[in-house]
Design a protein around this ligand. Structure first.
Ligand code: ADP
Ligand code: ZN
Length: 616
């Protein structure tokens, strides 16, 4: 929703609330037990001598009955506050002289009250204009406070972070907290030195980059690195997320940027960290066809203006993080802005081990834990995921009443991170259990009986919260950075083997293979369109990857005819792989049977057990 519409809807809501208060709630609060009755009821009460007192205000008669038990007979006609504590009757035409006579003869106390009626204007002023004005003033005040950073946060959600000042004691991070990422640390060391002593650089006339862009997938420690730079340099750390800029009311994003830089300038030397800068810094639309992005553009322009405006020698360094560098507006990357780019990649084997060790320091961990084995089993995991694995393991240790984290805790928590928790409650029929077991053993057997595939680490048919009903874990002995064509084909063959086993054993197929099919297709497609691994096409890139951190994000560029041929080639690769898997399983049907039986009984077998069974 646009911010303008937001404001209008606030006013409408406020008006509605005031309306309800005025017409429904307040009358209830000031309820006096008055009731509207018709004239003849009044007259008959009068005739029966029940009326004690009468008051006439304008054309409304308020009357009180003598018998209090039957009191609720009058009414209130005027909407609004503080109605008379009298019963009421009203009519447009009252013959006062008639009424007067009757009242006198009935001996009723009678007063005619001069109305102190408010003019409609005043009444409207009180019931609408003043409350709305108060509301608007309050709202403006809030916005202003937020722009100043007084409250911190978006309107209506207090406490969300504004550019916060972190003094050293609060960051407390140093490069020692960041495992691996040596290149990134190296690149940031100069900035640390600059922040330590800006004058040294100024004396010689050198200007350091005002901004550096930390580029890498989520959870790789970009925020942590920025905090560590502030910690190492012993300077304040201001942080804000790009999405916070854009969630603002109209004009607020730009105001916030201005404010952030004002604060930063006052506190220089310091670090300003902008997370998810791509949310503000996205490429601007050509011609503004999509529209509605004025707010983001204003914010971006303000950011650019501030970056150009501030004195680079003063010691304000802006670090920004993103995982979509290619979507950034070019203007952001120009010299004098974010002209340094520091890659922060997913950790390799050694990096993963280092991250595990750093986080293991925070928990009680057994001395004989093999970090390398865990690092080996977590290829592709980010620093954040590894930190999570250590924490999950510690939680598990507590659940088992241990005081130390053991290898088994780590192994189980790897699986929790990769596949989710075990689903203990789910009941799977014997028939389905058999299908799942044969499917998984199919994968494992074909993996083990082919060259070029990673050793089987574990097979399990215990369902997981991720939805997996079973899985086969393969773990490479060493970290692999390249994939040969043979390995790619082996992988596809292994993926098809689950379905092949189902077909051979039960002569029918299930939905259980859907993820395998997806994975196999992905590899086969990439072989043809990106890796030049198809003899049909050779080294031609039909597909380009738009963002190396978001693997799915690719663009296919080829003629329709070629696209059809690519599909054909992909189909052929997969069907050949399937035939091979089928052949391997048929040739080893006894093994398939015996290992599957064993798995059904045990539900989980380790890689070693599997190899023993295979070599029996
Ligand atoms: P990003 O900003 O890249 O998304 P974060 O810096 O927020 O990632 O990382 C999240 C958490 O993951 C960190 O607080 C830290 O606990 C852990 N982490 C990530 N990378 C590392 C690393 N290289 N060394 C130690 N811990 C890490
Ligand atoms: Zn499968």
């Amino acid at each position: 929703m646009s911010k303008k519409r937001n404001m209008i809807s606030y006013i409408i809501i406020a008006a509605a609330i005031i309306f309800v208060l005025n017409y429904f709630v307040l009358p209830l609060v000031f309820e006096t037990g008055e009731k509207q009755v018709s004239y003849d009821v009044f007259l008959s009460e009068l005739k029966n001598d029940n009326i004690e007192e009468v008051e006439v205000v304008n054309d409304t008669i308020y009357y009180t009955l003598e018998d209090k038990e039957t009191q609720n007979q009058g009414t209130i006609l005027l909407p609004g506050f503080g109605s008379k504590q009298k019963d009421v009757y009203s009519t447009g035409v009252l013959d006062y002289s008639e009424l007067h006579k009757e009242l006198v003869s009935a001996g009723v106390k009678f007063t005619k009250v001069k109305p102190q009626e408010m003019s409609p204007l005043v009444s409207m002023l009180i019931s609408y204009i003043i409350p709305i004005a108060i509301f608007v003033i309050f709202w403006k005040f809030l916005s202003k406070q937020m722009a100043k950073g007084g409250f911190g946060g978006n309107a209506m959600s207090f406490g969300k972070a504004n550019a916060k000042v972190y003094v050293k004691a609060q960051t407390g991070k140093t490069f020692a907290d960041v495992a691996g990422q040596e290149e990134a640390k190296e690149a940031l060391k100069e900035i640390v030195d600059f922040l330590h002593n800006p004058k040294k650089y100024a004396a010689i006339g050198a200007t350091l980059p005002k901004g550096a862009l930390l580029v890498g997938p989520p959870g790789t420690g970009k925020t942590l690195l920025a905090q560590a730079v502030a910690g190492e340099a012993n300077v304040p750390f201001f942080s804000i997320s790009g999405s916070e800029f854009v969630e603002m009311f109209v004009g607020m994003g730009a105001a916030k940027v201005r404010d952030l830089f004002k604060q930063a300038n006052e506190k220089a030397p310091c670090i300003v960290f902008i997370d998810e800068i791509d949310t503000v810094g996205k490429k601007r639309d050509n011609g503004g066809i999509s529209g509605g992005n004025d707010e983001r553009e204003q914010t971006l322009n303000q950011l650019l203006a501030e970056m150009d405006g501030f004195d680079g020698k003063k010691g304000v360094v802006i670090l920004a993080a993103t995982n979509r560098p290619d979507s950034l507006d070019k203007a952001l990357l120009r010299p004098g802005r974010f002209d340094r780019r520091i890659p922060v990649e997913l950790p390799d084997l050694r990096g993963r081990e280092a991250v595990l060790r750093v986080h293991a320091k925070k928990v009680n961990i057994s001395d004989d834990v093999n970090f390398k084995a865990i690092a080996n089993a977590t290829s592709g995991a980010s620093g954040a995921e590894l930190a999570n694995i250590i924490n999950e393991a510690a939680l598990r240790a507590v659940r088992f009443g241990r005081v130390e984290v053991e290898q088994s805790d780590l192994e189980e928590s790897v699986e929790v991170i990769l596949a989710g928790y075990q689903r203990k409650g789910i009941v799977i029929s014997q028939k389905e259990k058999e299908i799942i077991a044969y499917h998984e053993v199919g994968h494992a057997l074909v993996a083990a009986l082919q060259k070029n595939s990673a050793p089987v680490h574990k097979i399990t048919i215990i369902p997981r919260t991720s939805g997996a009903l079973g899985y086969t874990m393969q773990v490479d002995e060493d970290e692999k950075f390249l994939m040969t064509k043979e390995e790619a084909i082996s992988k596809i063959t292994t993926f098809t083997a689950g379905r092949a086993a189902e077909q051979i054993m039960f002569n029918s197929v299930t939905t259980g293979a859907s993820n395998d099919i997806e994975q196999a297709t992905k590899i086969a497609r990439a072989m043809v369109t990106r890796y030049g691994m198809s003899s049909e096409f050779g080294m031609v890139a039909f597909e380009t990857v738009n963002n190396i951190y978001l693997g799915e994000d690719t663009t296919l560029a080829c003629s329709n005819e070629t696209a059809a041929l690519i599909d054909k080639e992909v189909i052929s690769i997969i069907s050949t792989a399937y035939s091979n898997a089928e052949k391997i399983l048929k040739d080893n049907i006894q093994k398939l049977n015996s290992i599957a039986r064993y798995l059904i009984e045990r539900e989980t077998i380790t890689g070693d057990e599997f190899m023993t069974l295979l070599n029996l």
